[in-house]
Design a protein around this ligand. Structure first.
Ligand code: SAJ
Length: 422
């Protein structure tokens, strides 16, 4: 059998690799020629995929990438792993899902299994993808199979990868569910959990990510309050963790980054309106999470004030710009928002991030400075914004005159001078 994966990003590429490794012939489809070229050269651009492995699979001739979607004619199973972002009005943008479904429909043939993996609002598979595929005249559940199975990739997670993370599957019909489950059982090691419909699977994914969003908002709100009450939130959370049942630790931070947690709950908010329901908790959590960059800038201002320094013309040295530690992704990173806010206040903003030597944002381009003793000493305030493992925290503690740690990255290490935590 030949398997296809549409969308060779941090979800699709590892999935295509796993499908190839169990012996299938795999074709990866992507609209970006650069990604197609890199894959066919065995060059991986996703941290979690191992170079050597990819090279071997491509050399074996069993995995290749293409921009030519007509090759879907040769494919028996296709997984759609394309982005589902928000548009500029904070509305779901499922245009990539639609385009992929339309491409599949053009080459849909009897016996084909189509699985949507992109995180989306409950109803997408049934109300959007299914009609596009059935417009071919083929009948879902009889002539072809359609299911939804949410991706659960945690970028940078060394323990849980595509191969060993349990998978939820919801088929449009019982037969669809069985066929899709059989596929994942063959490709993956983790448990395959079949639910009764695509909507249940779509909703459970949204629940997973909204759960994280809400709980991060909770500790962020507590962090703001604790700061006013002069209580150390990190000490509070460590104490709460002593409860052996019913508590799960989340930690405050400079805000909510990435292309999942800040975004997915809004897919539900949008769909809920159709049912005359207002997802108040999601909206309040969003307001709190989105207020964290301002809170961090307020704290920076207060700390500089204690040093009798205005923000204007002060050098603020941010360590880490990625949206979370040990990855190279600055999409939706709150640190970028913090940098913009500081610049607007006239600060001289510099940053170091071993994984992001430079980046562009809203027409501005930023270059990292090397993490050196001089840069640490010359800054008016050093801010740990992303707690990358490869930072030398002893050096930071030694040479930063004033250190503001938004991630509790110093974690009790001694610091030579003034130290503040979020
Ligand atoms: N964050 C906090 N405090 C916390 C945890 C996270 O401020 O206690 C922040 C992080 O710094 C980051 C954001 O929240 O900016 C998202 O963090 P994340 O750990 O959820 O990372 P993602 O978005 O890369 O991956 C998540 C997956 N993470 C985990 O479950 C640990 C998972 O929810 C999904 O598989 C994935 O999104 C997805 O693709 O949906």
């Amino acid at each position: 059998a030949t398997l296809g994966v549409i969308g060779l990003g941090y979800v699709g590429l590892p999935l295509a690799v796993e499908k190839t490794k169990v012996g299938f012939q795999v074709i990866g489809f992507d609209i970006q020629q650069s990604r197609v070229d890199q894959v066919n050269l065995g060059i991986n651009y996703i941290g979690d995929v191992v170079d050597e492995e990819l090279k071997g699979l491509v050399k074996s001739g069993r995995f290749r990438a293409t921009k030519d979607y007509s090759l879907l004619n040769d494919v028996d199973v296709v997984s759609i792993c394309v982005p589902t972002p928000l548009d500029e009005y904070q509305q779901p943008d499922i245009s990539y899902v639609r385009a992929s479904a339309e491409a599949v429909a053009k080459h849909l043939h009897p016996g084909m299994l189509v699985v949507l993996e992109s995180t989306t609002y409950p109803g997408t598979t049934q109300e959007v993808v299914k009609p596009i595929l059935e417009s071919t005249g083929l009948k879902c559940g009889e002539d072809f199979f359609l299911a939804y199975s949410p991706e659960r990739v945690d970028p940078g997670n060394k323990q849980f990868k595509t191969k060993n993370t349990p998978k939820v599957v919801g088929g449009v019909t019982a037969a669809c569910g069985e066929v899709a489950a059989a596929l994942y059982q063959k490709v993956l090691e983790g448990q395959v959990h079949v639910v009764s419909s695509p909507a249940v699977a779509e909703m459970e994914k949204i629940l997973e990510n909204t759960f994280r969003n809400i709980n991060i908002a909770l500790v962020n709100e507590m962090a703001i309050l604790c700061n006013r009450m002069n209580i150390d939130i990190w000490e509070v959370i460590d104490a709460a963790k002593t409860k052996p049942y019913g508590f799960m630790a989340f930690y405050p931070g400079p805000g909510l980054g990435g292309h999942c947690i800040p975004i997915d709950p809004w897919y539900l908010t949008w769909k809920a309106r159709e049912y005359n329901y207002h997802t108040r908790l999601i909206e309040v959590a969003g307001e709190i999470n989105n207020s964290m960059p301002e809170f961090v800038v307020e704290r920076i201002g207060n700390i500089l004030n204690d040093e009798c320094k205005p923000i204007r013309n002060s050098t603020v040295y941010l360590l880490g710009v990625a949206y979370k530690k040990d990855i190279d992704d600055y999409r939706e990173s709150p640190v970028v928002t913090i940098m913009e806010l500081l610049k607007r206040k006239g600060a001289n903003v510099i940053y170091s991030d071993p994984k992001i030597p430079s980046f562009r944002y809203k027409g501005n381009s930023y270059e990292a400075v090397p993490l050196t003793k001089e840069n640490l000493q010359n800054a008016d305030i050093v801010v740990i914004a992303t707690d990358h493992s490869e930072f030398d925290y002893d050096q930071i503690g030694e040479y930063a005159g004033v250190l503001f740690d938004t991630r509790n990255a110093m974690n009790g290490r001694k610091t030579a001078n003034t130290y503040h935590r979020l």
